[in-house]
Each structure stands twice: as C-alpha cells, then as structure tokens.
Design a protein around this ligand. Structure first.
Ligand SMILES: *Cc1c(COP(=O)(O)O)cnc(C)c1O
Length: 391
C-alpha cells in the first residue's frame, strides 16, 4: 500500500497508525481502499458522535459552508450563538468561549482560573491541582496539567504551577490543597487516556467540599466524557454538583474541530474584551454542525446510550479472558487477561472491527447512535478476538 509508505515519508512520525486506510464511512461502518468493511467502535476517538457522514450533520455543514464559512470574531454570526445557548440550557452554566480543540478549551479554563484567583486572592494563588494519570492536552501548559510523567519527559521546562494529587485518594487531595496556593482543581470524572477510570463519588464530593471551603474553582474537563458520551449530557452530572468551568471538544462538533469552555456564575465575567481570543474559534461551519448534533442529544437519546452501555458491560463482563470493564456510558475500558489488549486490537482489525486502547485496556468509544445490530455484531467479534488471543 503506497499510501503507508508516502505517509511515512511526508508526515511527521507522531502517530503509530494502524494499517488501515479509511476511504469511506457511513454511520458506524468504515471501508478501506480494498472495500473491506469495519464496524467502528472508535468514532474517531469520540468525535463522530453520530458516526460517519450523518445526514443531518452533513446537511447543516453543507448549508453553512455555502452561505458563510468564516468571518473572524469581529462580527456576529448566528451558529455559534445558537450553540452557546443550547449548551447553557443543557447545563445551567452562564457563558461560553469557543476555540478549536480540547487543549485550547483547557488553556482558556486555566487562564480564567488564574485571572479569577489573581483578582480575588492575589497573583501568587496561581497553582492548579490536577490528578495523577489525567490527560488535558499536548500544549506546553496542558501537558503540565497532565499528570503523567511519560508525556513530560524531554519537553521541560513546562508551564509552572501544577500540582498532582492521586485520584480517589482523599488524604493526598487534602494534603496538596493545604500545602499549595491554589486557584483551582481540575478533573476528568472518567480519566479517558489514563485508562478509562471513573472517579469515586466520595472523592468528587470531597473535591467540591474542599473547593468551596477554600474558594477554589472546580474545572471539569469534559473533552472526552462530554456531549452525551457518558449517558448524561456531561459526566459531572452523574455526581450531582455544579462546576465553575467545564471544557469540552471531541464529540461536540460531530467531526469538525471545535472546543468550548463553559463558565458558571463565578467565572462568566472573568474574561473581558482583549483578554482572550481565537481566530477560528466559533467558526460558523463547525458551530452549525455542532448545533445539529447537540440538539438531538436529549434525555430519550441518552437513555438509549445507557441501554447500549449496559448491553456491552453485561456481555463483556461475562466473557472469559475479560478481567474488568470500567467507565461510563459509551466510554468503556476493557481489561484483558495478561494485558493482551494490543493483541486483541490487532485481531479485531483482521476480523473487521476498529477499537482503541488506553493504557493496558481496550477502549470502546462507538458512535452514540450505533445501531443495535451493529453493536451486537461488533461485540461478538470482540469476544471472538479475546477468546482467540487469551485462550
Ligand atoms: C483528547 C483530550 C484532550 C485534548 O484534546 P485535543 O482536541 O486533542 O487538544 C484534553 N482532555 C481530554 C480529557 C481529552 O480526552
């Protein structure tokens, strides 16, 4: 396949790609250049919320691209306002800043937290507590926020001002809060890249309590967990609290790049004219596509997501060779006996199923609307692959 050689020759080698050249996609099926079919349990890492080339999304994008594709943020356009209004209605948060990626959404949250603390407590309260094994992005600042040594090595010095507490360790959390001048605590309620591990309810309750007591902002990174993925609109809604800032991207745009930072009561007026911006942020084509996605993610739709999730968990938990199944909604991690996740993934590709990994797990992020019969077929392929690799 010459595409593989040319890719190796011309594209920077930052990705270990799988040997599949996806040429066409429809819903939850992808086709490679030989016309081989794959059931897609990846949705482009949780991006294609309604699968490949969803008709309503494609129509919204096409319509917008043929009217106004970009204006700069010096003028008003309606798609980004419609999208912001939908997000505010779904969350009860107050305002939105649009960018183009998860890392940028987090950068904006970090800037906002620093400014909030500088104005309220003084500029020495700039530190942000994040969790060990978190993932918040690839820029120098969001790498610093990411509590994983492996990503830091040889890129130092990173942005100053991040401290890490162990996930689900209340004593460590208290210790770090007590010993640092903090502006905020930033969490993913399910650590996606970190291995699809859910935070305990007790731990999140403690974060909310200690944040209130110390006037720390709570930032929830919903880049992966957001927009219906968890079975609720945002993952934090499983825990019953109101964050001060929510960041999101991936599934929001249904396949086009868009990031959003949502501000609550305390933070909605922190960023003022000239203090932040983005050339492409809130692009009308991306926003129009996002509106067509977000408006369909209602309670009925999310009940279906939960049903699909329950089906996967039940099937895989009962499968020999599966050690555990973790996560929420259609963001699931499957631990395989002897950490054989990479072997299982390769076997799945052979058999026509695309899955992901996260740390030592198989990670499943199917489209939220994957038809039940494809889900069933994909799960049976996955079970077969596990049997063949492990037994
Ligand atoms: C993917 C991801 C990011 C980074 O998003 P990009 O769009 O790649 O910048 C940040 N946080 C979480 C939780 C993610 O899953």
């Amino acid at each position: 396949m010459s595409i593989i050689n040319e890719d190796k020759q011309y594209i920077a080698g930052t990705y270990n790609r799988f040997p599949v050249n996806i040429q066409l996609g429809k819903g939850s099926i992808a086709f490679d250049e030989q016309g081989k079919e794959y059931i897609d349990f990846t949705s482009g890492i949780g991006v294609n919320s309604f699968g490949f080339c969803d008709e309503e999304w494609a129509a919204a994008v096409t319509k917008q691209v043929n009217s106004v594709q970009h204006t700069s943020n010096l003028y008003y356009t309606s798609p980004c306002v419609q999208l912001a209004k939908l997000l505010v209605q779904k969350t009860g948060l107050k305002k939105v800043f649009f960018s183009n990626s998860g890392a940028e959404a987090n950068e904006c949250a970090i800037k906002t937290a620093r400014r909030y603390a500088a104005q309220k407590k003084g500029s020495d309260f700039y530190k942000i507590l994040t969790l060990v094994n978190s993932f918040h992005g690839r820029t120098i600042t969001t790498l610093a926020a990411t509590g994983q040594e492996v990503f830091h090595k040889e890129f130092t010095p990173l942005t100053d001002g991040f401290v890490y507490a162990k996930a689900n360790d209340i004593a460590d959390l208290n210790d770090k809060v007590l010993n640092n001048k903090l502006a905020a605590i930033m969490i993913e309620v399910v650590q996606g890249e970190g291995g699809v591990n859910k935070l305990d309810k007790d731990f999140v309750d403690e974060i909310v309590k200690i944040a209130n007591k110390n006037d720390l902002l709570v930032i929830v990174d919903e880049v992966q967990t957001g927009n219906g993925r968890s079975g609720k609109y945002y993952g934090y809604m499983h825990y019953g609290f109101m964050p001060d800032i929510v960041t999101t991207a991936k599934g929001l745009g249904g396949g086009l790049p868009i990031g959003a930072t949502l501000f609550g009561e305390k933070t909605s007026e922190v960023l003022t004219a000239g203090s932040h911006g983005s050339t492409f942020g809130g692009n009308p084509v991306c926003a129009a596509g996002a509106v067509s996605i977000v408006k369909r993610i209602d309670d009925n739709f999310m009940a279906e997501v939960t049903k699909k999730s329950n089906y996967i968990v039940k099937e895989l938990t009962a499968t020999k060779g599966v050690v555990s199944v973790s996560g929420l909604g259609l963001m699931l991690g499957v631990e395989i006996k002897d950490d054989a996740n990479k072997e299982v993934l390769a076997k799945c590709i052979e058999k026509g199923l695309l899955v992901l990994t996260a740390k030592n797990k198989i990670r499943l992020l199917p489209a939220l609307n994957i038809p039940d019969e494809l889900l069933k077929k994909g799960i049976s392929i996955l079970k077969e692959a596990i049997q063949e690799v492990v037994l």
